[in-house]
Design a binder for this molecule. Structure first.
Ligand code: HEM
Ligand code: HEM
Length: 247
């Protein structure tokens, strides 16, 4: 072990926390699926707009929460893989998250526009916070792609932009967690008749909210803790001396 390597125990903690994060993320998807399946009448597309809405929380949890979290963790979770494949994986998982998000938004807008009478769009705090997260995420993708996958960008520019990339990447994720909490509360108030009786559905929704906070907290910790940052591999350093593709 060279003098720059972190102590082995710190990476063991990383592995344990990473495993817990994945388990919480998968549990979230299972709980949202059971909420939708058991309490909200399942899934449909435009034939039943009120049920079509149910794609919205499900796909947002899979895209803007689970995939987003996993994509920003990819450099740390697979620290011994080469940089180039990691960059491509990072970009591909974000692309999948984006596709899920677009379908989730179509489901929410359709459920408003196709309702009789139609429901107005974009009037809630949830929709404003959610849209801010989506806009930050989309801009982040365009700028990340242009800076780190596009050949020919100067190393100095890449390095100067990196802290901004990380900041907005984490901000978009935190806003997605906040939007989901607001959306959950809103849907609970709209659709659980006996919310104040703490029915089974109410407990389920509250549990989903708490797990969102646990998942968000773990991802943000793992992606911002300096001890867990991926160190360049000797191959990356060698590539750096031959080309400009290390950032
Ligand atoms: C990051 C995740 C999320 C984002 C970015 C997001 C974004 C949005 C947006 C932009 C709308 C407005 C659609 C329109 O005006 O027609 C909306 C509607 C809605 N969303 Fe979400 N959402 C997210 C997660 C959730 C979750 C987890 C729930 C839980 C059920 C939820 C519940 C709702 C509800 C009830 C509406 C309709 C009422 C309204 O416009 O606020 N959302 N969402
Ligand atoms: C919505 C899109 C994106 C978000 C939210 C995002 C977010 C992040 C975050 C939070 C980090 C810090 C990771 C860490 O410290 O371990 C990061 C690192 C990085 N991202 Fe992105 N990113 C996005 C798109 C892209 C794209 C398209 C590329 C192009 C390949 C890219 C390239 C990089 C690179 C090279 C790093 C540095 C990793 C390191 O040095 O350890 N990002 N990104």
């Amino acid at each position: 072990m060279d003098s720059n390597s972190p102590p082995a125990t710190s990476l063991n903690n990383f592995r344990l926390l990473y495993l817990i994060t994945q388990m919480v993320g998968i549990t979230l998807i299972i709980l949202v699926s059971s909420w939708v399946g058991v309490h909200l009448n399942g899934l449909a597309w435009t034939s039943r707009p009120s049920v079509q809405f149910n794609w919205h929380p499900l796909l947002m949890t899979m895209g803007m929460i689970f995939l987003y979290g996993n994509s920003i963790l990819v450099y740390r979770g697979f620290r011994y893989a080469r940089k180039k494949p990691l960059k491509i994986t990072h970009a591909l998982i974000h692309a999948m998250a984006f596709i899920f998000t677009v379908i989730a938004l179509v489901a929410a807008f359709d459920s408003h526009n196709l309702a009789r009478p139609p429901i107005p769009n974009m009037y809630t705090l949830h929709s404003w916070v959610g849209m801010s997260a989506v806009i930050i995420f989309s801009l982040q993708y365009v700028f990340g792609f242009a800076s780190y996958l596009f050949p020919g960008v100067r190393d100095q520019l890449r390095a100067t932009y990196m802290p901004v990339h990380v900041f907005f990447g984490v901000l978009g994720f935190v806003l997605a967690i906040a939007a989901s909490l607001l959306g959950l509360l809103e849907k609970a108030i709209f659709s659980i008749k006996d919310y104040r009786e703490l029915s089974a559905q109410a407990v389920l929704v509250n549990m989903i909210g708490l797990l969102l906070i646990v998942y968000g907290g773990l991802v943000v910790f793992l992606v911002t803790e300096p001890m867990y940052k991926r160190k360049p591999l000797p191959e990356d350093v060698m590539l750096l001396t031959h080309s400009s593709s290390s950032q």
